[in-house]
Design a protein around this ligand. Structure first.
Ligand SMILES: [Fe+2]
Ligand SMILES: [Fe+2]
Length: 305
């Protein structure tokens, strides 16, 4: 195959992936980390590890909250929407289990992580018990738009962010982000079917963004301190260089999602995740490991179990 034909084939595969209507697939992957796994698993961008680890800390609290918020309304849904919701809930449960395992290592690396986790747990418990079921559902729907935006932002920068990254940790984050793209409409459809209040959607969106920024700032500060990078100007320049386009991506998508008759399928998906996740092997429960050298998944199926 000539370079040009190869290029055309890749473009065509990309277009297929971008246009495929996403089906929510139940993938049972598990990740085993090396005994000497480093908390700074992106050596070319150590600050990114701190920020990503901080997002990870929140997942075992916020994702079960999404699950409970959506599951409560499933009996009211029609069969098709109920089936999609079940598939969505299964993915979220897998995500939080994978992050729980990952986070246990963070607690071993950094003193203070357990206290931060307690704050996260208390905040999410407060939301779950003190806010109305409809607000919680709106919170899940708007947070899914944030997760989708994060996936799009990361896909565009995967070479920079995950270059020379630990392949297992990178695969765990990229698998999660890929499934966030896959189920980007699920919570939104449930919210539309049972409520659809723009006021609740916008309020929950603002709160979700504030909580995410607050906890990621706390976690990143804590980890940078331990890594002796908190007062390193390069660390701050890098963080802002990522944070500004991230905020732009998220805020644009949130505003669009709150206006008119928007539906998440109106968003164009990055084809990278779709192409990678297609290589999941249902028989063995394996995905190709992220290949940092090629800055794309390796084509040899690697055992993740
Ligand atoms: Fe998730
Ligand atoms: Fe999600």
């Amino acid at each position: 195959m000539t370079d040009l034909t190869q290029h055309a084939a890749v473009q065509s595969a990309d277009a297929d992936a971008a246009n495929m209507s996403s089906q929510i697939v139940d993938r049972r992957v598990s990740f085993s980390y090396a005994e000497d796994f480093e908390a700074i698993w992106t050596p070319l961008a150590p600050e990114f590890s701190c920020a990503a680890n901080s997002v990870s800390l929140l997942m075992p609290y916020i994702e079960p909250y999404f699950v409970k918020s959506v599951r409560r309304f499933v009996p009211q849904l029609d069969d098709q929407l109920a089936e999609t919701s079940h598939a969505y809930l299964k993915q979220e449960l897998q995500h939080h289990l994978a992050h729980r395992e990952f986070n246990d290592q963070m607690a071993d690396h950094y003193r203070g992580v357990s206290r931060l986790e307690r704050m996260m747990r208390n905040t999410i418990n407060w939301l779950h018990t003190k806010r109305s079921p409809k607000f919680n559902l709106a919170f899940a729907a708007s947070s899914e738009t944030i997760a989708y935006s994060a996936a799009r932002w990361a896909a565009e920068r995967r070479t920079e962010l995950f270059g020379q990254a630990d392949p297992v940790a990178a695969s765990m984050f990229l698998w999660h982000l890929g499934e966030e793209v896959e189920h980007k409409s699920a919570a939104f459809d449930v919210f539309k079917a049972v409520d659809g209040s723009k006021l609740r959607y916008v309020t929950s969106m603002i709160l979700s963004m504030i909580l995410l920024m607050f906890f990621v700032a706390c976690g990143t500060t804590l980890m940078l301190w331990h890594e002796r990078r908190l007062f390193n100007p390069v660390a701050h320049v890098r963080l802002w260089r990522w944070a500004i386009p991230f905020a732009f991506e998220v805020l644009t998508n949130l505003v669009v999602s709150a206006t008119g008759n928007h539906h998440p399928t109106d968003f164009a998906d990055p084809s990278f995740y779709e192409l990678w996740l297609r290589e999941y092997d249902h028989e063995t429960g394996t995905l190709p490991l992220w290949d940092a050298a090629a800055t794309a998944p390796s084509h040899s199926i690697s055992e993740l179990r």
